[in-house]
Design a protein around this ligand. Structure first.
Ligand SMILES: CC(C)(COP(=O)(O)OP(=O)(O)OC[C@H]1O[C@@H](n2cnc3c(N)ncnc32)[C@H](O)[C@@H]1OP(=O)(O)O)[C@@H](O)C(=O)NCCC(=O)NCCS
Length: 193
Protein backbone atom coordinates (compact mmCIF):
# COMPACT_ATOMS: atom_id res chain seq x y z
CA UNK A 1 0.00 0.00 0.00
CA UNK A 2 1.28 3.44 -0.92
CA UNK A 3 0.99 6.13 1.79
CA UNK A 4 2.34 9.68 1.91
CA UNK A 5 3.20 9.86 5.60
CA UNK A 6 5.81 7.59 7.22
CA UNK A 7 4.34 5.32 9.91
CA UNK A 8 4.46 6.66 13.46
CA UNK A 9 6.98 4.81 15.69
CA UNK A 10 4.24 2.86 17.52
CA UNK A 11 2.37 2.05 14.29
CA UNK A 12 3.50 -1.12 12.43
CA UNK A 13 4.34 -0.39 8.77
CA UNK A 14 1.78 -1.77 6.34
CA UNK A 15 3.06 -4.86 4.53
CA UNK A 16 3.27 -4.45 0.77
CA UNK A 17 1.74 -7.46 -0.96
CA UNK A 18 1.92 -8.39 -4.62
CA UNK A 19 1.21 -11.53 -6.63
CA UNK A 20 2.26 -11.87 -10.25
CA UNK A 21 3.29 -14.21 -13.02
CA UNK A 22 7.05 -14.80 -13.08
CA UNK A 23 8.53 -15.11 -16.57
CA UNK A 24 12.18 -14.36 -15.75
CA UNK A 25 14.25 -14.05 -12.60
CA UNK A 26 16.53 -11.31 -11.43
CA UNK A 27 19.36 -12.65 -9.26
CA UNK A 28 17.59 -11.20 -6.21
CA UNK A 29 14.29 -12.85 -7.10
CA UNK A 30 15.85 -16.25 -7.63
CA UNK A 31 17.75 -15.95 -4.38
CA UNK A 32 14.65 -14.87 -2.42
CA UNK A 33 12.51 -17.64 -3.91
CA UNK A 34 15.12 -20.30 -3.11
CA UNK A 35 15.42 -18.96 0.44
CA UNK A 36 11.61 -19.01 0.84
CA UNK A 37 11.40 -22.54 -0.58
CA UNK A 38 14.15 -23.74 1.72
CA UNK A 39 12.45 -22.20 4.78
CA UNK A 40 9.10 -23.76 3.86
CA UNK A 41 10.69 -27.20 3.34
CA UNK A 42 12.46 -27.00 6.71
CA UNK A 43 9.12 -26.02 8.26
CA UNK A 44 7.55 -29.28 7.07
CA UNK A 45 7.18 -28.87 3.33
CA UNK A 46 3.88 -30.09 2.02
CA UNK A 47 4.40 -28.93 -1.55
CA UNK A 48 6.44 -31.83 -2.83
CA UNK A 49 9.89 -31.62 -1.28
CA UNK A 50 10.72 -33.60 1.85
CA UNK A 51 14.39 -32.68 2.30
CA UNK A 52 15.83 -29.33 1.26
CA UNK A 53 17.93 -29.66 -1.90
CA UNK A 54 21.18 -27.73 -2.26
CA UNK A 55 20.89 -24.06 -3.22
CA UNK A 56 22.37 -24.83 -6.62
CA UNK A 57 19.82 -27.62 -7.30
CA UNK A 58 16.95 -25.37 -6.24
CA UNK A 59 18.12 -22.57 -8.52
CA UNK A 60 18.42 -25.01 -11.43
CA UNK A 61 14.95 -26.32 -10.61
CA UNK A 62 13.34 -22.86 -10.76
CA UNK A 63 15.23 -21.88 -13.90
CA UNK A 64 13.96 -25.15 -15.40
CA UNK A 65 10.35 -24.43 -14.38
CA UNK A 66 10.41 -21.28 -16.52
CA UNK A 67 11.46 -23.34 -19.54
CA UNK A 68 8.67 -25.92 -19.35
CA UNK A 69 5.87 -24.91 -21.74
CA UNK A 70 3.23 -26.70 -19.65
CA UNK A 71 4.14 -24.74 -16.50
CA UNK A 72 3.32 -21.17 -15.57
CA UNK A 73 4.98 -19.84 -12.42
CA UNK A 74 3.34 -17.31 -10.13
CA UNK A 75 5.12 -15.55 -7.30
CA UNK A 76 4.03 -13.84 -4.09
CA UNK A 77 5.96 -10.81 -2.87
CA UNK A 78 6.11 -9.35 0.61
CA UNK A 79 7.69 -5.89 0.67
CA UNK A 80 9.17 -6.58 -2.75
CA UNK A 81 10.78 -9.94 -1.95
CA UNK A 82 9.58 -13.23 -3.41
CA UNK A 83 8.31 -15.30 -0.48
CA UNK A 84 6.13 -17.92 -2.15
CA UNK A 85 4.99 -19.36 -5.43
CA UNK A 86 2.52 -21.63 -7.20
CA UNK A 87 2.49 -23.37 -10.57
CA UNK A 88 -0.32 -23.64 -13.04
CA UNK A 89 0.21 -26.87 -14.94
CA UNK A 90 -1.46 -27.23 -18.32
CA UNK A 91 -2.59 -30.67 -19.54
CA UNK A 92 -0.24 -32.33 -22.05
CA UNK A 93 -1.11 -31.44 -25.63
CA UNK A 94 -2.15 -34.99 -26.53
CA UNK A 95 -4.79 -34.98 -23.79
CA UNK A 96 -7.59 -33.40 -25.76
CA UNK A 97 -10.28 -34.86 -23.53
CA UNK A 98 -8.92 -32.96 -20.52
CA UNK A 99 -7.80 -29.82 -22.33
CA UNK A 100 -10.46 -27.85 -20.43
CA UNK A 101 -8.79 -28.34 -17.04
CA UNK A 102 -5.52 -27.19 -15.49
CA UNK A 103 -3.77 -28.05 -12.21
CA UNK A 104 -2.68 -25.77 -9.42
CA UNK A 105 0.45 -27.28 -7.89
CA UNK A 106 3.36 -26.68 -5.51
CA UNK A 107 1.77 -23.69 -3.77
CA UNK A 108 3.56 -22.41 -0.69
CA UNK A 109 4.33 -19.28 1.28
CA UNK A 110 7.46 -19.08 3.47
CA UNK A 111 6.71 -19.38 7.19
CA UNK A 112 7.98 -15.83 7.80
CA UNK A 113 5.45 -14.40 5.32
CA UNK A 114 2.31 -16.30 6.30
CA UNK A 115 -0.92 -14.80 7.56
CA UNK A 116 -0.94 -11.76 5.26
CA UNK A 117 -3.36 -13.20 2.70
CA UNK A 118 -0.65 -13.98 0.13
CA UNK A 119 -1.71 -17.59 -0.50
CA UNK A 120 -5.29 -16.48 -1.02
CA UNK A 121 -4.17 -13.77 -3.46
CA UNK A 122 -1.83 -16.20 -5.23
CA UNK A 123 -4.63 -18.74 -5.69
CA UNK A 124 -6.98 -16.07 -7.04
CA UNK A 125 -4.25 -14.90 -9.44
CA UNK A 126 -3.77 -18.44 -10.77
CA UNK A 127 -7.55 -18.78 -11.14
CA UNK A 128 -7.75 -15.49 -13.03
CA UNK A 129 -4.99 -16.58 -15.42
CA UNK A 130 -6.62 -19.99 -15.91
CA UNK A 131 -9.99 -18.40 -16.62
CA UNK A 132 -8.52 -15.90 -19.08
CA UNK A 133 -6.59 -18.71 -20.81
CA UNK A 134 -9.86 -20.56 -21.34
CA UNK A 135 -9.66 -23.30 -18.71
CA UNK A 136 -13.00 -24.21 -17.17
CA UNK A 137 -11.81 -26.22 -14.19
CA UNK A 138 -8.86 -25.99 -11.81
CA UNK A 139 -7.78 -29.17 -10.03
CA UNK A 140 -5.51 -29.52 -7.02
CA UNK A 141 -4.60 -32.02 -4.35
CA UNK A 142 -3.29 -31.75 -0.81
CA UNK A 143 -2.13 -33.96 2.00
CA UNK A 144 -4.63 -34.52 4.80
CA UNK A 145 -2.10 -32.90 7.16
CA UNK A 146 -2.11 -29.56 5.30
CA UNK A 147 -4.84 -28.00 7.40
CA UNK A 148 -4.14 -24.39 6.44
CA UNK A 149 -4.23 -25.27 2.74
CA UNK A 150 -7.42 -27.32 3.15
CA UNK A 151 -9.15 -24.38 4.83
CA UNK A 152 -7.80 -21.94 2.23
CA UNK A 153 -9.06 -23.96 -0.74
CA UNK A 154 -12.41 -24.91 0.78
CA UNK A 155 -13.09 -21.24 1.61
CA UNK A 156 -12.30 -20.36 -1.99
CA UNK A 157 -14.94 -22.81 -3.21
CA UNK A 158 -12.91 -25.90 -4.11
CA UNK A 159 -15.00 -29.07 -3.84
CA UNK A 160 -13.42 -32.20 -2.42
CA UNK A 161 -14.30 -35.04 -4.77
CA UNK A 162 -12.05 -37.84 -3.61
CA UNK A 163 -9.26 -39.10 -1.44
CA UNK A 164 -6.27 -41.33 -1.88
CA UNK A 165 -5.35 -43.49 1.12
CA UNK A 166 -1.71 -43.72 0.03
CA UNK A 167 -1.15 -40.27 -1.41
CA UNK A 168 2.29 -39.50 0.03
CA UNK A 169 5.09 -41.29 1.83
CA UNK A 170 6.98 -38.98 4.16
CA UNK A 171 9.83 -40.43 6.22
CA UNK A 172 8.22 -43.85 6.15
CA UNK A 173 4.75 -42.60 7.09
CA UNK A 174 1.87 -43.03 4.66
CA UNK A 175 -0.29 -39.90 4.35
CA UNK A 176 -3.77 -39.68 2.92
CA UNK A 177 -4.49 -37.10 0.23
CA UNK A 178 -7.55 -35.12 -0.82
CA UNK A 179 -8.48 -34.15 -4.36
CA UNK A 180 -10.27 -30.88 -5.10
CA UNK A 181 -11.75 -29.16 -8.14
CA UNK A 182 -13.22 -25.74 -8.79
CA UNK A 183 -15.31 -24.74 -11.79
CA UNK A 184 -13.99 -21.40 -13.04
CA UNK A 185 -16.88 -20.52 -15.31
CA UNK A 186 -20.46 -21.81 -15.52
CA UNK A 187 -21.03 -24.82 -17.72
CA UNK A 188 -22.86 -23.98 -20.94
CA UNK A 189 -26.54 -23.67 -20.09
CA UNK A 190 -25.80 -22.80 -16.45
CA UNK A 191 -25.91 -19.27 -15.07
CA UNK A 192 -23.22 -17.76 -12.83
CA UNK A 193 -24.16 -17.62 -9.13
C1 LIG B 1 -1.19 -23.02 3.10
C2 LIG B 1 -0.32 -21.78 3.00
C3 LIG B 1 0.10 -21.62 1.53
C4 LIG B 1 -1.10 -20.57 3.48
O1 LIG B 1 -0.31 -19.40 3.28
P1 LIG B 1 -0.72 -17.96 3.90
O2 LIG B 1 -0.15 -16.91 3.02
O3 LIG B 1 -0.34 -17.89 5.33
O4 LIG B 1 -2.31 -17.97 3.79
P2 LIG B 1 -3.25 -16.69 3.78
O5 LIG B 1 -2.73 -15.68 4.73
O6 LIG B 1 -3.48 -16.26 2.38
O7 LIG B 1 -4.59 -17.25 4.39
C5 LIG B 1 -5.72 -17.53 3.56
C6 LIG B 1 -6.62 -18.52 4.25
O8 LIG B 1 -5.92 -19.77 4.46
C7 LIG B 1 -6.40 -20.38 5.67
N1 LIG B 1 -5.28 -20.47 6.60
C8 LIG B 1 -4.09 -19.85 6.52
N2 LIG B 1 -3.31 -20.22 7.57
C9 LIG B 1 -4.05 -21.04 8.33
C10 LIG B 1 -3.79 -21.78 9.50
N3 LIG B 1 -2.62 -21.71 10.13
N4 LIG B 1 -4.77 -22.58 9.98
C11 LIG B 1 -5.96 -22.68 9.35
N5 LIG B 1 -6.25 -22.00 8.21
C12 LIG B 1 -5.31 -21.22 7.71
C13 LIG B 1 -7.48 -19.45 6.21
O9 LIG B 1 -8.72 -19.87 5.64
C14 LIG B 1 -7.07 -18.11 5.64
O10 LIG B 1 -8.14 -17.22 5.52
P3 LIG B 1 -8.50 -16.25 6.76
O11 LIG B 1 -7.24 -15.48 7.02
O12 LIG B 1 -9.59 -15.43 6.19
O13 LIG B 1 -8.88 -17.15 7.87
C15 LIG B 1 0.96 -21.90 3.89
O14 LIG B 1 0.57 -22.21 5.20
C16 LIG B 1 1.94 -22.94 3.40
O15 LIG B 1 2.79 -22.66 2.56
N6 LIG B 1 1.86 -24.19 3.92
C17 LIG B 1 2.79 -25.26 3.56
C18 LIG B 1 2.66 -25.72 2.13
C19 LIG B 1 1.24 -26.07 1.72
O16 LIG B 1 0.42 -26.57 2.50
N7 LIG B 1 0.94 -25.82 0.43
C20 LIG B 1 -0.40 -25.99 -0.14
C21 LIG B 1 -0.64 -27.22 -0.90
S1 LIG B 1 0.51 -27.74 -2.11
Amino acid sequence: MITDAPPKPDEPAQAELLVERIERFTDDDLHSLCEATNAAILDGGGFGWIAAPSGRALEAYYRGVLLVPERVLFGARLNGHLVGSAHLVRPPRNNEAQAFAAHLMHAFVAPYARGHGLARALTLKVEEFARETGYQVLNLDVRETQEAAIQLYERLGYQRWGEHPEYALVRGKVIKGYYYAKRLRPRRGQTAE
